[in-house]
Design a protein around this ligand. Structure first.
Ligand code: SF4
Ligand SMILES: [Zn+2]
Ligand SMILES: [Zn+2]
Length: 439
């Protein structure tokens, strides 16, 4: 009814609609409860305003369309025109989360060979979720509908492994949140509000507009526990300071991916406890970043803390060489010709990828771009070039990258992340080649 000019009429319309729907529901349920009847077992699982979902246990897609046709004809016939019930679609396998939140494998017609995955209102389509959650949830649902629970668990274990390894692009982890210009009762607000305050402090020219959407990532520094609000960076900050931070994988896995999965896979008939699966999966150690050391205050650079103890070529655990990022195991070292080929091929591929991405940027922004115009290394000239200039961990104090890291630092563009990835692969391949004395 609300604020209608003629409340009585509005009420009448609503009531009339409600009765039409109730009649349709009871008709479907009658069909379903008829012992020995053709549609025995049919049951309305959800009905609202002008639509209803009917469950047909054990029936084929063809049967479902037939039921739909029969049912629509009788509902339409039992109502005065122009009331008409239309069969919209058949889901073969579906999950109904709450009203207006559901998904399933959709058939539009009985002749359709392959169903299409469709989701309404759940995280696969919600804009406030990171790409990672959207992708994993979507694929997990498709897998469970098509191939069952076992295959879904295998799929999820592979995804969790990749999240923890750090082998996914930064763009998968970008969250967006709205910020307000002020919070009621002096509250500090959500994590993105902390980011907005920090940005405004460091750059007085930057004003936070009310209800602005701010992209951010949650990062971690291994070995150190921070409050969540101190782990918020802009996507560009993490790309620039790739040596000092890693994506907070546990946070993304549990608070975003698993939470969204649980809301779907926890429903019947699956009733899966996603967290138990997650706990039982092996979680690999983070890979080491290959990135020039950025000069940011007295920040701890994690990449310089640990040397790698995983052979870059075969992945076998071996002895770390001090804080060296690249190690090659004895077995791999023996076949010098073979490993040299691999190393040079890696370098080649990385440089080719970097050049390709740069070419796209060049076409887009009109600047002369090539593989070298992203995150260029810079050695700061220092007047005292002596041992004191080397820190204990063997890194040169004066090394860093040119900032801003590229002519265009658009964080909404996938090319930015592609260039970042290619640049890191190049640095890694370069380090490998040096380790093998190829350069
Ligand atoms: S990063 Fe994207 S938007 Fe920026 S220049 Fe390259 S292609 Fe264009
Ligand atoms: Zn900085
Ligand atoms: Zn090896």
């Amino acid at each position: 009814s609300g604020r209608s000019a003629m409340p009585l009429l509005a009420d009448a319309i609503v009531e009339c609609g409600r009765r039409t729907l109730a009649n349709a529901i009871s008709l479907a349920n009658d069909l379903g409860s008829k012992e020995g009847g053709r549609w025995n077992g049919a049951e309305v699982i959800y009905g609202d305003t002008d639509s209803l979902f009917i469950k047909l246990p054990g029936r084929s897609v063809k049967d479902a369309f037939e039921f739909g046709r029969e049912f629509c004809t009788s509902v339409t016939a039992s109502n005065p025109p122009p009331v008409e019930l239309k069969l919209e679609k058949v889901y073969h396998a579906t999950l109904l989360q709450t009203k207006k939140k559901y998904c399933g494998m959709k058939y539009d017609s009985p002749k359709q060979k392959k169903p299409v995955f469709e989701a309404k209102g759940i995280e696969t389509v919600r804009r406030d979720q990171c790409l990672l959650t959207q992708k994993i949830l979507r694929n997990a649902l498709i897998t469970i509908f098509r191939r069952g629970v076992r295959a879904t668990k295998d799929y999820l274990c592979r995804q969790w492994k990749m999240i923890h390894e750090g082998s996914l692009p930064v763009s998968d982890f970008v969250l967006t949140g709205r910020v307000r210009s002020c919070y009621r009762g002096g509250k500090i607000g959500p994590v993105q509000a902390a980011l907005a305050r920090r940005l405004a402090e460091s750059d007085p020219g930057r004003v936070v507009r009310h209800k602005e959407r701010l992209p951010y990532v949650i990062v971690a520094t291994p070995g150190i526990t921070f409050k969540l609000r101190d782990c918020v960076l802009t996507p560009m900050e993490i790309l620039t300071r790739w040596d000092s931070y890693t994506i907070h994988s546990a946070y993304y896995a549990t608070k975003h991916v698993n939470a969204a999965l649980q809301r779907c896979l926890g429903l019947s008939p699956y009733n899966i406890d996603v967290n138990t699966w997650y706990e039982s999966c092996p979680k690999p150690r983070k890979r080491i970043h290959h990135w020039p050391i950025t000069r940011c205050g007295g920040n701890a650079m994690i990449s310089t803390y640990f040397g790698s103890d995983i052979c870059t070529l075969c992945g076998v655990k071996c002895k770390a060489k001090g804080s060296s990022k690249v190690v090659v195991c004895d077995t791999c070292h023996k076949d010098h010709a073979q490993v040299s080929t691999v190393a040079l091929r890696r370098l080649n591929t990385a440089q080719y990828d970097a050049a390709e991405a740069a070419r796209i940027c060049g076409l887009c922004n009109g600047c002369p771009e090539n593989g070298r115009t992203f995150a260029q290394e810079k050695i700061f000239k220092s007047s005292v070039t002596n041992a004191a200039n080397l820190t204990k961990r063997g890194t040169r104090k004066g090394a860093g990258i040119v900032i801003p890291i590229a002519n265009c630092v658009c964080v909404d563009c996938p090319i930015t992340y592609e260039r970042h990835r290619a640049r890191e692969s190049e640095l890694e391949a370069l380090a490998l080649c040096k380790e093998l004395n190829l350069l």
